[in-house]
Design a protein around this ligand. Structure first.
Ligand SMILES: [Mg+2]
Length: 180
């Protein structure tokens, strides 16, 4: 398929730019957009790459979400050991090695939830994998800020993510932060 520059901008445009970590996704946001399922990225979205375990905050947030929406973890990480451990702690079904921006595993998650894709949000920290995959499939997309490690008080840099934001801006993507 031949696609113009603006076509790419459209595919990279998140429906919601949260401007905060995943913990800022509220029942009101879910309700407002008629969402019934969340497909969650894992690395840097739920757990910093430098950490092994989820925090209490993330566990509590997920329990709150669970009463409202179906949940799946869809990770590009190839480590079944890492992702299965996190998924089992959270008691959420998961896939590893998803190959986002491929749509395949997102589609599988939506099918397992028995939901139409437009009622499912792809939630992640990265534009060229999470947001692109979600938009390609017709899911709602939510871009979150990377999860900060409680251990490291220093602010981390995410050069690849910053590059993706820079390129996306050039393609016409806007980053107006969501206000509830
Ligand atoms: Mg990620």
């Amino acid at each position: 398929m031949v696609m113009g520059i603006m076509g790419w901008g459209k595919l990279l445009q998140p429906d919601v730019v949260l401007g905060n970590s995943v913990l800022a996704i509220t029942p009101e946001l879910i309700e407002r957009h008629g969402l019934r399922g969340l497909v969650l990225d894992v690395d840097e979205t739920l757990v910093p790459i430098s950490e092994i375990d989820t925090t209490e905050d993330v566990q509590q947030w997920l329990q709150q979400m669970r009463s409202q929406v179906s949940l799946w973890l869809v990770s590009n990480n190839l480590s079944v050991t890492r992702i299965s451990r996190i998924a089992e702690t959270l008691d959420v079904p998961y896939v590893t090695g998803a190959g986002k921006p491929s749509r395949r595993k997102l589609r599988r998650a939506a099918q397992a939830m028995n939901l139409p894709v437009h009622q499912v949000a792809m939630v992640g920290d990265r534009l060229f994998t999470d947001v692109l995959a979600g938009n390609r499939l017709g899911m709602f997309t939510i871009l979150v800020e990377p999860m900060v490690s409680p251990a490291s008080k220093r602010s981390r840099r995410y050069p690849l993510r910053a590059l993706e934001v820079w390129i996306s801006r050039l393609l016409g993507v806007t980053f107006k932060v969501y206000r509830s």
